[in-house]
Design a protein around this ligand. Structure first.
Ligand code: RIB
Ligand code: CA
Length: 310
């Protein structure tokens, strides 16, 4: 079976780090590039972290630098979860590879052209790079097969009561993506909060005999404490890994197509992903597949299977 050409756009970021490690072991993926965006931390750190993680796992996949701030808004980072530099206190050797100089959005377009209509974009940070690519290249919408995102929530929010971080960071970019005409599969908080690892599962994963397992253990500690001790959740949500696992193994999940728009004007509601899943009023287009359920056992088993390949 031919491989799926994939680009991972991310803001590493602790859960982004596990997402990259998992994607690197998914045989059906041909990971063409990693593109980085400001979000969890500044672009200088997310670019550095993307390069260092890919080096650390022995990958030759090129890493590109993207937007340093949202389209219209000031950058809001998430140091309380990811630490100031985005790696939760873990220090990796700095990559000695020459840094790619092509901008993320230009790399996305170039690779989409090379893989006309087949490229799958997995975006697990703010959608700023995606929006810039869409606004710079009119043919982008015809070149991307579909986009799988970690972001949004049909119900609730994490950064505000109604907005999830990636969408909250750049709501205008997210609305551009959702209305681009490219099908979007949204792994929002509805499913990512259920795609968690318990403390025991974290410990078992860390006990795998690889440097990658040790890296996972290092970067997960801050968020593990946040979810279990502060939020009293049964485990640490694996937001970005959920999107990567969905992109490869959708059969482990459930969801449905709906109409979706992003609130960009509200003072309190900015960043809300408004869906017509539960309303009489229906939007005109079914532009988003909102993932609502996961077989958590199967998800965890897949994470272990992939991490055991290191
Ligand atoms: O809300 C969770 C999302 O925001 C994840 O992508 C995490 O990495 C942060 O970017
Ligand atoms: Ca992320």
């Amino acid at each position: 079976m031919s491989k799926i050409p994939v680009i991972i756009d991310c803001d590493p970021g602790c859960d982004d780090t596990l997402a990259l490690m998992l994607a690197n072991q998914i045989d059906m993926f041909d990971v063409l590039a990693v593109t980085t965006v400001a979000g969890n931390t500044t672009i200088d750190y997310t670019f550095r972290n993307g390069r260092n993680v890919m080096d650390y796992i022995g990958s030759e996949v090129p890493v590109y630098k993207g937007a340093e701030k949202p389209l219209l808004r000031e950058l809001v980072t998430a140091a309380h979860i990811h630490g100031e530099d985005g790696m939760g206190g873990v220090v990796l050797p700095d990559s000695q590879k020459p840094a790619e100089t092509e901008a993320a959005w230009d790399a996305i377009h170039r690779l989409a052209l090379e893989h006309k209509g087949e490229l799958v974009l997995i975006a697990v940070g703010p959608m700023t790079n995606v929006a810039i690519a869409l606004s710079k290249y009119a043919d982008m919408k015809d070149l991307i097969k579909h986009i799988v995102i970690m972001g949004g929530a049909a119900i609730g929010g994490n950064t505000t009561p109604c907005a999830e971080f990636n969408i909250f960071e750049d709501p205008e970019a997210a609305e551009m993506m959702f209305t681009s005409g490219i099908p979007v599969y949204m792994c929002g908080l509805d499913v990512t909060m259920e795609s968690y690892l318990t403390p025991d599962e974290v410990a078992q994963l860390a006990a795998l005999d690889s440097k990658e397992a040790k890296l996972f253990h290092g970067v997960v500690q801050k968020s593990l404490a946040f979810y279990t001790e502060l939020l009293h959740r049964p485990g640490v949500a694996q937001h970005d890994p959920c999107a990567v696992i969905f992109a490869a193994y959708p059969e482990l999940f459930k969801g449905e197509w709906c109409g979706l728009h992003v609130e960009t004007k509200g003072k309190i509601t900015a960043g809300k992903t408004v869906t017509d899943l539960y309303s009489d009023k229906q939007f005109d287009e079914k532009n988003a597949f909102v993932v609502t359920e996961v077989d958590r056992e199967a998800f965890v088993k897949k994470v272990f299977e992939l991490m055991s390949k290191y």
